[in-house]
Design a protein around this ligand. Structure first.
Ligand code: SF4
Length: 353
């Protein structure tokens, strides 16, 4: 049901601009053509928006730009401060790469972001989509910008029958063919907002859609059937355990996780079994991996958490110590600075023992 084997340029970009001028969102990092947003803001928001929704990102973006108003102030911040400010956004490799990229821009480029896709791709954590987005939105370049939203509109408008992810090349060709020469920074943002508000994944509002007349998926009568996706593999399930020791003064025993791997560099409770880097865990003997001898109790329910590649069921053991923890590893728990999984573990520990 693909409308054409080769990309066609019969796409009413002006209708998308008209829609955007009336309904586009105001976002703290957004400027309107011909005004271009600072590259620092575009980059920061795009990294935060990878895997995270806009409503969640806004307070983090405002907090980061208040603490670190430009890329060099972020580069000069301590790793601990950046990781703590990122806590709760998830996918912590993004924060590590963010900090490394800030240092690279500050040290190697005099605080100025590269303005083209190849230069941006040299920075840690920047893939083809993010590089294209920064080049278009911050520098007004004619770059290819395909996120999941734009992908959906392209796949529907052109009724692309190749399943994702193989269809990405075809979708990119269509995007390049229909991209208008005017308002290069607005076009991808307009398409993303439009996809979010009108061409939604489950119930596209085709009756009110300015693209309806030319949309092949609408003509086929089942727009929700696009984009075509390869069958999903079910997520593997993992089992693990976390050990929470709390002293008389309410301080907890914490460790810093290794720099690489899950929750890398984050403060966390000692744990086992849930990543290849952790010690093995046998649920039949949960006390086998306790960090030190104490009166450990198993929480009534495990904590559950879903990561991109697996689902986790994590048992929690809690020890309440009669005295004060003496080693450096003891500290006051600040739930807001913990990764979400460890925050859930901490909540479960509060209800135990
Ligand atoms: S007509 Fe429907 S499917 Fe096609 S672009 Fe508009 S909202 Fe999406």
């Amino acid at each position: 049901m693909t409308r054409s084997a080769t990309p066609k340029a019969d796409f009413p970009a002006s209708a998308i601009f008209d829609w955007y001028d009336r309904h586009g969102r105001s976002l703290p990092w957004r400027h309107r053509w011909p005004d271009l947003a600072p590259a620092y803001h575009v980059w920061l928001s795009e990294i935060m928006l990878q895997q995270t929704v806009v409503a969640t990102v806004i307070p983090y973006f405002l907090d980061f730009t208040r603490r670190w108003p430009d890329v060099c102030s972020l580069a000069n911040a301590s790793n601990e401060d950046v990781m703590a400010a990122w806590a709760g956004l998830g996918y912590y490799a993004r924060a590590r790469n963010l900090h490394r990229a800030a240092r690279q821009v500050c040290d190697d480029h005099g605080g100025q972001f590269p303005s083209d896709v190849p230069g941006l791709r040299e920075l840690p954590g920047i893939g083809p989509y993010t590089a294209g987005a920064i080049a278009a939105i911050a520098f007004g370049r004619q770059s290819t910008v395909i996120d999941g939203n734009i992908e959906r509109v392209m796949a529907r408008y052109f009724a692309i029958s190749t399943p994702l992810p193989a269809a990405k090349v075809e979708i990119g060709q269509h995007y390049d063919a229909i991209r208008p020469s005017e308002r290069p920074s607005d076009f991808p943002q307009a398409l993303m907002d439009f996809a979010n508000a009108v061409c939604t994944p489950k119930s596209p509002a085709c009756l009110a859609c300015p693209l309806a007349a030319g949309c092949a998926a609408r003509a086929a009568g089942t727009p929700e059937a696009w984009p075509v996706k390869a069958p999903k593999k079910s997520k593997p399930e993992r089992r693990g355990i976390a050990y929470v020791a709390i002293d008389k003064g309410g301080q907890a025993f914490m460790v810093t996780r290794p720099e690489t791997g899950m929750l890398g560099g984050m403060l966390a409770f000692p744990s086992a079994g849930w990543t290849p880097a952790d010690p093995a865990y046998d649920p039949a003997v949960p006390e086998a991996g306790v960090p030190f001898a104490a009166n450990w109790k198993l929480a009534a329910e495990p904590v559950t958490h879903v990561f991109t590649h697996f689902s986790l069921s994590m048992d929690v053991m809690v020890a309440r110590l009669p005295g004060a923890g003496m080693a450096e590893s003891w500290g006051r728990v600040r739930p807001a600075s913990l990764p979400t999984l460890m925050r859930k573990v901490w909540d479960a520990a509060q209800k135990t023992g």
